[in-house]
Design a protein around this ligand. Structure first.
Ligand SMILES: [Zn+2]
Length: 202
């Protein structure tokens, strides 16, 4: 199976041949990749400024914004079914027993820095035909959103920010949700975030 990968030490970006991953665990899901987004992080990785291959190999398969379709699932999978559209999550938690964000499935709120990320940091990404992942890292996508669902991962950046704003406001006595926001940044993620804020006001 072909994949698009970066070789940081050789300073190359190109096609590599990789083995098709197999379902191993009973909660594993096999996903055929349909679309992959490209963002500023990918540009940095392809300029060899960022990104880390998995241990023991000299290349990193690119791609961390993906839409796929479920082709097969392990015996104990309940979150998705064959034929479902899914966005595959990027970050994986650190192993520290006492680190609450990672133990509470909120690994995006890291402080240890010891996370791994598909397509970015020590895990291969989605610019290939098939990926296998644990069902907990799959986000089911309604069919009606198929045309824009590849934007799910970048949209989560703004949505997580809004979540935190709401949590801060909720704990202030007598406060109501705010109705004004300033969105800084006019890049694609900033514009997507602006749309998020506008919808949160409705
Ligand atoms: Zn990105």
């Amino acid at each position: 199976m072909k994949a698009i990968a970066v070789r940081p030490q050789a300073r190359q970006v190109g096609l590599v041949e990789v083995d098709e991953p197999a379902l191993v665990g009973r909660h594993d899901v096999r996903v055929r990749i349909l679309e992959v987004g490209v963002c500023g992080t990918d540009k940095e990785i392809c300029r060899f400024e960022y990104g880390q291959p998995p241990a023991g190999v000299d290349y990193l398969v690119l791609g961390h914004e993906a839409l796929g379709i479920v082709e097969d699932a392990g015996a104990d999978v309940t979150r998705v079914r064959r034929g479902d559209l899914v966005a595959v999550m990027v970050r994986r938690p650190c192993a520290h027993a006492a680190f609450a964000p990672c133990r509470g499935a909120r690994q995006d709120f890291f402080t240890t820095g010891e996370f791994t990320e598909r397509g970015i940091n020590q895990m291969h990404g989605f610019m290939t035909g098939i990926v296998v992942d644990h069902e907990q890292y799959l986000c089911p996508i309604p069919v009606d959103l198929a045309d824009i669902a590849v934007l799910t991962e970048p949209l989560t950046i703004a949505e997580k920010g809004l979540d935190q704003v709401a949590a801060v406001q909720d704990r202030l006595p007598g406060s109501t949700q705010g109705h004004r926001a300033v969105v800084l940044g006019a890049g694609p993620v900033g514009l997507l975030g602006g749309d998020s804020v506008a919808r949160a006001r409705l």
